[in-house]
Design a protein around this ligand. Sequence first.
Ligand code: C2E
Ligand code: MG
Ligand code: MG
Length: 289
Amino acid sequence: RAKQGGRGRHCAFDEGLHVETRARREMEVALRQAIENGELELAFQPEVNAGNDRIICLEALLRWNTREHGQLSPGRFLSLAEESRLILPIGEWVLEEACRLAAQWPANLRVAVNISGRQLLDPHFIDHVVKALSVSTLAPQRLVLEVRESAFQRDAGSVRAMLERVVALGCTVTLDDFGSGPSALTHLCELRYAGLKLDRGLIKGAAAGNPESVAMIRAAVALADNLEMTVTAKGVESETDLDVATGLGCGRIQGSCYGSPMRLSEVEQLFGRTEVLPQPGPDEAIVAV
Ligand code: C2E
Ligand code: MG
Ligand code: MG
């Protein structure tokens, strides 16, 4: 497209590119300051047991409250954070903040934190997890780390070794966005994943009657049953999505039909309406939705 309009157009394109690079650089400078400026915040989205409508876990989702552009979701700044390695201090902040908050929640309710491949290649990552747990006194069993298969693209051996150390601490690891990219069955058996979180696209596909999506969900559920993993359907928005997901055997649901990501104050309101089970089982949280 740059060449189409001859010389003038070409210059305009270069200038556009220049403006874009500058905007990116400015954003990086701002992101570098975001932690000290207290501009980072966590939103939380419930993951619900489809059998009894109880919240099992709250997933922490990063938000950046910028002065210039308002609140930004990770889609707007995560790749920049990863490329600039700012994801390391940011990820450390997320871990500490998530554990600090979760330690004040009803017991048995877990917190899930998304982890980038970059973080898992950092040899200090395990120290950050240990520190976040010990400072907060959160039981390791209540911390879930969500990783995506793309995290294994670079140096899969080191990534796996790091995740094994996390599992050895007592934390659980789930495989996020399953079915969104290339995946290897062998890979699934190499680590003791506690669960699979199915990519939103699979549920959407199945709800639209796409037979390949249905087949993939069935295969994932069968595999998970055999490996004693849980299966979470993500992006469940409508009654149809919900019927399709539960009908295909997904035991857990996450999506706007149960609750969109919410602010901490809303999470706490949820606890106000808490229904406490006398003796919650290992897989039963105590908050009813
Ligand atoms: P994810 O782990 O797949 O998280 C779910 C995303 O889907 C969230 O987007 C959530 O807002 C959105 N979502 C939830 N329910 C629905 C629904 O019913 N319909 C639709 N259309 N979307 C729904 P969000 O918060 O923008 O996060 C995007 C991604 O950024 C996350 O995807 C996760 O991979 C990454 N991320 C978020 N927080 C962190 C973090 O602290 N660290 C790292 N490394 N990555 C993070
Ligand atoms: Mg996730
Ligand atoms: Mg996703």
